[in-house]
Ligand binder design. Structure first.
Ligand code: HEC
Length: 122
């Protein structure tokens, strides 16, 4: 949980320390987000490879797979799933390792329509 809180400082620049976008057009709120509270595989994919809502937000959600370890991604996802009024189960580093093996070769962010087809938990 400490790792997650620390790692979240990287995300807070856009998503806000309380999970509400710093500037409304900058990024989506993580508080109450269906992606944050939904299937864990889909959430891991977003952080590993990025997501794109063309033209909707000023910021950009890049891929974090090169910067962050499995422990850091598991920590930050567990942190955002259990704060800001969200309540979804924790995600462990071994699950992120598995997601990385499955999705790590991709090098473009996901369009939303593609993510919406993913319904599995890791
Ligand atoms: C430079 C700004 C920026 C940073 C830093 C950032 N994000 Fe994002 N994030 C975005 C934007 C913008 C989107 C919406 C996608 C788009 O329009 O490209 C987004 C989308 C998301 C979504 C989908 C939420 C939804 O409901 O649509 C999640 C989950 C997410 N980010 C998590 C994170 C995590 C975890 C971190 C830190 C490791 C992080 N973001 C760091 C800008 C950022």
């Amino acid at each position: 949980m400490d790792t997650g809180k620390q790692t979240f400082m990287l995300c807070a620049a856009c998503h806000g320390t309380e999970g509400k976008a710093v500037v409304p057009n900058m990024a989506p709120n993580l508080a109450g987000s269906a992606y944050v509270n939904g299937p864990s595989e889909r959430l891991a994919m977003i952080v590993l490879n990025g997501i794109q809502y063309p033209g909707q937000y000023l910021g950009q959600m890049i891929s974090w797979k090169a910067q962050l370890s499995d422990e850091q991604i598991a920590g930050v996802l567990t942190y955002i799933r259990s704060n800001f009024g969200n309540s979804a189960p924790a995600i462990t580093p071994d699950k992120i390792k598995a997601a990385r093996e499955k999705h790590g070769a991709r090098n473009t962010p996901y369009p939303r329509a593609e993510l919406d087809q993913v319904t599995a938990n890791l």
